[in-house]
Design a protein around this ligand. Structure first.
Ligand code: ADP
Ligand code: ADP
Ligand code: MG
Length: 465
């Protein structure tokens, strides 16, 4: 096992990685920007190195500064977390060139799967169903029009380098296409420095179902079941749960096998996620692979009892997976709520500020992943997520009840968050029945915001266990 690693990230995920390292006896080197001098990850690491000014481009994305910090402090490996450099193939290559183990797949594998248009082609070859759409990247709006005519509207124009729900546009008619094409391209160039686009049929009212996979260097690939991430705002996840109400045991088996095949066919190593959309008829389609640990990984850890970051570290150190597919069993139900510093009543405007007081819930079956503490000033420079609240209970209804209690117990003073909105979602009849798709929030937002304003909520409905 490694003696010392560098964590190229900040916030709750940096803290999450530090925790796994401590339990394995690994020393940690934190990196931080000038804006993060008081950040928790810095305080919890064995030591820390400043890597530049506040702007992410000059600090958490500053590859030279991070590599220099790792080499100078005698680290053997770098954990990239999520976001930032986690899916950067060039950075993975550079780590290898500096004699550092990048904790994740090789640069070559990231190149294969990170380009979403290219990954589609690879999946088709492997026999994994993909959404009908373009073969590779689009060359012009005219080509997009011709293709859309062929596959039928509505369609979705998406950025090949996309992530975080950005660079995608829905198109319902040929008249809308040219403007959507231009907008998606501009957003992709601005967000990812890469304007390449591809096209997919828009699956109507789908669920977002993703499978967690782990692959070691000995060639073992396993899946750890699914997460239902259909509660989304603007294609960004807000709440996740496992298992999904939409899957039968038979469908889980088939999708899990496809997820394993998807990872195996690209020579994958480490933790990864195969994302699918599932339509109302039980048809599922691959949409992308995330070649890193995900924000919502704790729900999988709760239902499987496995520590995914520990497995990442073991795999990177060359050890085999510590369990087999047969040993993976899903127990009970887990739900995660992402708490973002934003104001739902003001169109979810980011709301950074000083944390005047924070109290985290606790008790049976509760987990909080956060880098907040009393007096901590959140930064406008980075992601607005300040905490993840996770619960685990024997049944879905018990997990919902527990999450309501957790959100009632959670106190955060200093700035608004989406927590009260999440609390209301847990009372919505469709959510209670488990009958929701990726359009749930958009469809119900006005009603939910109305309840929020009035401080009311729908009469309690008894959901079935
Ligand atoms: P997950 O599938 O793990 O929920 P998200 O899409 O929410 O992933 O992204 C996780 C984090 O990484 C978010 O902070 C998001 O802003 C950031 N992120 C995702 N993709 C990219 C990207 N291509 N470039 C920069 N940041 C990204
Ligand atoms: P990102 O890289 O930003 O995470 P994804 O390709 O994973 O992008 O898509 C994000 C979300 O957008 C999905 O969870 C789903 O809600 C929606 N989406 C993506 N592709 C389609 C599609 N072809 N049809 C319907 N919804 C889609
Ligand atoms: Mg995605």
């Amino acid at each position: 096992m490694f003696k010392r690693i560098l964590i190229a990230n900040r916030g709750e995920i940096a803290v999450r990685v530090i925790r796994a390292c401590r339990e394995l006896g690994i020393e940690t080197v934190a990196v931080y920007s000038a804006a993060d001098a008081n950040a928790l990850h810095r305080k919890l690491a064995t030591r820390s190195v400043c890597i530049g000014p506040a702007k992410a481009a000059d600090s958490y994305l500053n590859q030279t500064a991070i590599l220099a910090a790792a080499v100078e402090s005698g680290c053997e490996a770098i954990h990239p977390g999520y976001g930032f450099l986690s899916e950067n193939d060039e950075f993975a290559d550079l780590c290898a060139q500096c004699g550092l183990k990048f904790i994740g797949p090789s640069g070559e594998v990231i190149r294969k799967m990170g380009n979403k248009a290219a990954a589609r082609a690879l999946m088709q070859q492997a026999g994994v169903p993909v959404v009908p759409g373009s073969d590779g990247v689009l060359e012009s709006p005219e080509q997009a029009l011709a293709l859309s005519e062929q596959i039928g509207y509505p369609v979705m124009i998406k950025a090949s380098a996309g992530g975080g729900g950005r660079g995608m546009r829905r198109v319902f008619s040929p008249e809308e296409l040219p403007a959507a094409y231009t907008a998606a391209k501009a957003e992709a160039e601005a967000c990812f420095g890469n304007g390449e686009l591809y096209l997919e049929k828009l699956i109507l009212s789908p669920r977002h179902i993703e499978f967690q996979i782990l692959a070691d260097r000995q060639g073992h690939v396993v899946h750890l079941g699914e997460r239902d991430c259909s509660i989304q705002r603007r294609n960004q996840k807000l709440m996740e749960e496992s298992p999904s109400r939409a899957l039968t045991a038979e469908l889980r088996e088939r999708m899990g096998q496809d997820a394993v095949r998807a990872a195996a066919c690209c020579g994958y190593e480490g933790a990864g996620t195969i994302e699918f959309v599932l339509d109302g008829q039980g048809n599922y389609y691959f949409i992308e692979m995330n070649t890193r640990i995900q924000v919502e990984h704790p729900v999988t850890e709760m239902v499987t009892g496995r520590d995914l970051v520990r497995e990442q570290l073991r795999i990177a150190a060359g050890l085999p997976l510590s369990f087999t597919q047969q040993e993976v069993c899903l127990m009970g139900h887990a739900i995660e709520v992402r708490v973002n510093a934003e104001d739902p009543a003001r169109d979810f405007a980011p709301a950074p500020g000083r944390t005047e007081f924070v109290h985290f819930p606790g008790g049976c079956g509760v987990r909080v992943d956060s880098a907040l503490y009393n007096g901590y000033e959140t930064s406008p420079y980075y992601d607005s997520m300040v905490a993840k609240l996770i619960v685990h209970a024997p049944t879905r209804l018990a997990a919902i009840r527990r999450m309501r209690r957790v959100l009632e117990e959670f106190i955060l003073e200093g700035y608004p968050t989406g927590a009260p909105l999440a609390h209301l979602i847990l009372y919505h009849p469709d959510y209670l029945r488990g009958e929701y798709d990726t359009g749930f929030l958009e469809r119900n937002l006005d009603q939910l915001l109305g309840w929020l304003r009035e401080g009311s909520r729908p009469a309690e409905q008894e959901a079935k266990e």
